[in-house]
Design a binder for this molecule. Structure first.
Ligand SMILES: Cc1cc2nc3c(=O)[nH]c(=O)nc-3n(C[C@H](O)[C@H](O)[C@H](O)COP(=O)(O)OP(=O)(O)OC[C@H]3O[C@@H](n4cnc5c(N)ncnc54)[C@H](O)[C@@H]3O)c2cc1C
Length: 362
């Protein structure tokens, strides 16, 4: 037997929660299908010392302010507590322990969603909110697969003590790479290997957090600002000045990307070699949306969602929330998902109304 509703939301992290809250405010009755037993998304799996790069006042989901000092930078555990409370207060049908295995689009219209447990759900609208960061990206680097030391991804990193006394090379120059490198430098000898020099962006300008300026100036959503913000070279590192200072001490240091790994050795771009214990890949993530593979052309040749501002161009009624740069710089962050959920849901609802037989439209 299959369960029918007007909207299915896949994934119960911040993106799914923001979508569910927005849907309820629009009078819809969403069912949220979440694979795990909690409604905190990936947050519990991030490293222990993680502090948000946006202040509490810019880190709230729709309808519930983030508690505490509005100008403070919440910790990972504060985010977990916030999301737990947010989900508990949500007037929506939340089904944890429901991993979506596949989605089909039957000729009769709408979507048919099947979970790994064999349960079936049907709805005219589906929002995929399973995160931009669910698949750790491990680039193919010369010699990496045969490296004789340990290879970790930043998703494996929790705290520095595990790497005490080691020689560690971190690949990547984003926020996580720099935060981990600096924390780890108190316990290990650390280098950041990056293709481009690090790009720091002031965390605060004229006493205000940069996220506020990005919103005020419209740079957040301006398509032309994207290369400015990413420089085509990855996300900038938000810095109050402490990161720059720490790197200037030389541990961690920043070096041009190594040319290869040989045995347990790193061969640097200038030809020098040295032994390393651990290569830590802070090389980002990709969305995990394999469950959409059965929907013809919903994904591109690389298996990534095709969308315009989060709306599928190939399957009316299908949308996304929480993808990187879906509509703005903030799309895959706490402060961005609410606005994107509103945008996507209003588009999907228009599509559903246009498809509904005359007389049944609301
Ligand atoms: C290291 C790191 C630091 C970050 N720091 C910040 C920060 O400071 N500020 C900020 O705003 N953002 C930050 N982000 C970005 C972003 O806010 C987080 O990644 C956040 O967890 C994304 O939320 P989400 O709901 O989109 O995805 P997730 O948190 O990944 O949640 C997706 C949910 O979908 C579920 N799911 C997956 N597949 C299925 C399936 N097939 N069926 C059912 N359920 C499924 C998962 O179990 C999970 O609960 C950071 C990201 C990383 C990786």
């Amino acid at each position: 037997m299959s369960h029918r509703t007007d909207l299915l939301i896949i994934g119960g992290g911040q993106a799914g929660l923001a979508a569910a809250h927005t849907a309820r405010a629009m009078g819809l009755t969403p069912v949220v299908l979440e694979a795990t037993r909690s409604m905190t998304g990936s947050w519990p799996h991030y490293y222990d010392s993680l502090a948000l790069f946006s202040p509490a006042r810019r880190s709230a989901l729709p309808g519930r302010p983030f508690p505490g000092d509005p100008d403070g930078y919440p910790t990972r555990d504060q985010v977990v507590a916030y999301l737990t409370n947010y989900a508990a207060a949500l007037d929506a049908d939340i089904r944890t322990g429901h991993r979506v295995e596949r989605i089909a689009a039957p000729a009769s219209g709408g979507f048919e969603v099947t979970t790994t447990g064999g349960e079936r759900f049907e709805a005219p609208m589906v929002i995929a909110a399973t995160g931009a960061f669910s698949r750790p990206h491990r680039p193919e680097l010369p010699g990496l697969s045969s490296f004789a030391g340990t290879v970790l991804h930043s998703c494996d990193y929790r705290r520095p003590e595990a790497l005490d006394g080691q020689r560690v090379v971190i690949v990547g120059g984003g926020n996580s790479a720099v935060q981990i490198a600096i924390e780890l430098a108190g316990h290990a000898r650390v280098s950041l290997a990056t293709r481009h020099p690090l790009r720091f962006m002031a965390q605060r300008v004229l006493g205000r957090d940069m996220h506020l300026w990005l919103q005020w100036t419209g740079l957040d959503t301006a398509g032309w600002a994207r290369p400015l913000l990413t420089g085509g070279k990855g996300a900038p590192v938000f810095d109050t000045g402490t990161y720059r200072k720490a790197i200037a001490t030389g541990n961690p240091d920043r070096r041009p990307m190594f040319s290869r790994l040989e045995g347990a050795q790193v061969v640097w771009a200038d030809g020098t070699r040295e032994q390393a214990d651990t290569i830590l890949l802070a090389t980002g993530y990709r969305p995990g949306v394999d469950y959409l593979a059965g929907l013809s052309n919903a994904l591109d040749a690389d298996g990534q969602p095709r969308h315009h501002g989060g709306v599928s161009p190939t399957h009316p009624g299908l949308g996304f929330v929480g993808l990187e740069w879906q509509r703005s710089f903030a799309s895959a962050t706490l402060r961005g998902v609410g606005a994107d959920a509103r945008h996507v849901l209003s588009r999907l609802r228009k599509q559903a109304q246009a498809d509904a037989p005359a007389g049944t439209r609301r």
